[in-house]
Design a protein around this ligand. Structure first.
Ligand SMILES: Nc1nc2c(c(=O)[nH]1)N=C([C@H](O)[C@H](O)COP(=O)(O)OP(=O)(O)OP(=O)(O)O)CN2
Ligand SMILES: [Zn+2]
Length: 118
């Protein structure tokens, strides 16, 4: 099995709902997010690619246009704007376009990663 990954980055604010009132993430704050998309395939195309990284440009445009320097509660339209839910959102969006997508990981801080693998 071949597996490739590519990372994208954006900065955004959020407020997490449903937390205890004294939880720091219940307050407005922001992160420098990293989104890592993973694609896998048992075979390569005629160029030797799972998929050309350049073909993932539409995901960069989505992130730049709709997520970067935005308030994520507004973007997703709910208050459970966790790294897990962001990973699922980006994975569902990407799988609609590229069937080889096998996982998406989202990092909010240098020490944390959440992964969605359908
Ligand atoms: N499972 C999850 N837990 C938390 C999420 C999340 O998306 N999924 N998000 C947050 C906060 O939004 C934010 O990421 C804070 O995370 P945390 O690791 O607590 O960040 P800190 O830098 O404050 O942690 P230190 O322990 O000080 O390094 C919270 N939880
Ligand atoms: Zn946060």
């Amino acid at each position: 099995m071949f597996r490739i990954t590519k990372q994208f980055a954006f900065s955004a604010s959020h407020v997490l709902g449903g937390l205890e009132a004294d939880h720091p993430c219940a307050r407005l704050h922001g992160h420098n997010y990293i989104v890592e998309i993973e694609l896998q395939s048992s075979s390569l195309d005629h160029r030797g690619f799972v998929r050309d990284y350049r073909e993932l440009g539409p995901l960069k445009r989505l992130i730049d246009d709709e997520f970067d320097h935005r308030h994520l509660n507004d973007v997703l339209g709910h208050d459970h704007v966790t790294a897990e839910n962001l990973a699922k959102f980006f994975c569902d969006w990407a799988r609609d376009r590229w069937p080889e997508v096998s996982a998406v990981r989202v990092s909010e801080t240098p020490k944390t990663w959440a992964e969605y693998r359908p």
